[in-house]
Write a protein that binds this ligand. Structure first.
Ligand SMILES: Cc1cc2nc3c(=O)[nH]c(=O)nc-3n(C[C@H](O)[C@H](O)[C@H](O)COP(=O)(O)OP(=O)(O)OC[C@H]3O[C@@H](n4cnc5c(N)ncnc54)[C@H](O)[C@@H]3O)c2cc1C
Length: 226
């Protein structure tokens, strides 16, 4: 994560850290005014100064406090440890919001991802103009892992199967009835699934590459993707 140190400009205080669903932690942080576009994320210093950072999408920001939703994947990485143990009143350091995984104007919008992706999708969906044409599939572990999204997307559940290289999510996208003509796709979550969905859209549906925005959030065996 070279260069991240330069981005660490924001300090905040934990206002709340509580369950936000079966395996989600809802974390609210008071912070200074930030420029944020829905879909952007922050790099959080989860291991104290000089320790590891992890990247989190901002679920909500009202000008003085931001909210994260951290998925507990059941392992022992520094990110989930931080989310499980951080308490009200703790001081945290994080980067300004960054990233170009944001919506743009399009005839229709396609959202595809898993538990972690729904955190970025929440504010992206809320920011779309009213009456936007929205399609998508969210594949998550259990119904109780679901976050409230404003659009009627298709939900499916893995019930214990891995989110990595998810053929069932690719298949669900393959069976979506989408409008003709160009849309924009936003695909996030496990890296190999993201790649497979992009492959389907570009090779099978003949979407232009630039119409498929991807953001890998994690993958087995790797730590701290940006
Ligand atoms: C742009 C971006 C935005 C992100 N936004 C969010 C967000 O809003 N909410 C959120 O919860 N996470 C988000 N992430 C993922 C987050 O940065 C961490 O990777 C995650 O919290 C795990 O961190 P860790 O230190 O516990 O595990 P790591 O040390 O990073 O990973 C260790 C291992 O844990 C396993 N693992 C990691 N994540 C998962 C998972 N989701 N499911 C199953 N196994 C997993 C993998 O095998 C991985 O190799 C985002 C990542 C990126 C790049």
């Amino acid at each position: 994560m070279t260069g991240l140190r330069d981005l660490f400009i924001a300090r905040g205080t934990i206002m709340r850290s509580e369950p936000g669903g079966m395996r989600m932690r809802a974390i609210a942080i008071s912070c200074p005014a930030l420029r944020w576009t829905p879909g952007q994320q922050i790099h959080m210093h989860v291991g104290g100064r000089g320790g590891p950072q992890r990247t989190y999408s901002i679920w909500q920001y009202d000008g003085s406090a931001l909210e994260l939703r951290v998925f507990d994947h059941g392992g022992d990485g520094p990110g989930v440890r931080w989310a499980r143990t951080i308490r009200e009143g703790a001081e945290v350091e994080f980067s300004r919001p960054v990233g170009d995984f944001v919506t743009s104007s399009a005839a229709f919008h396609l959202f595809v991802g898993e538990e972690t992706a729904q955190v970025a999708f929440g504010p992206m969906l809320r920011a779309l103009p009213p009456n936007s044409s929205v399609h998508g599939v969210l594949e998550i572990g259990e119904p109780d892992d679901r976050l409230p999204l404003t659009s009627a997307l298709n939900w499916q559940y893995r019930y214990g199967a891995t989110a990595a290289s998810s053929a069932t999510l690719v298949d669900a996208v393959r069976h979506l009835d989408l409008p003709d003509g160009p849309g924009v796709a936003y695909v996030a979550g496990e890296a190999r699934t993201v790649q497979a969905i992009r492959g389907h859209l570009v090779r099978e549906r003949r979407w232009p590459r630039r119409a498929v925005r991807t953001k890998p959030f994690w993958t087995p065996g790797k730590t701290g993707l940006e």
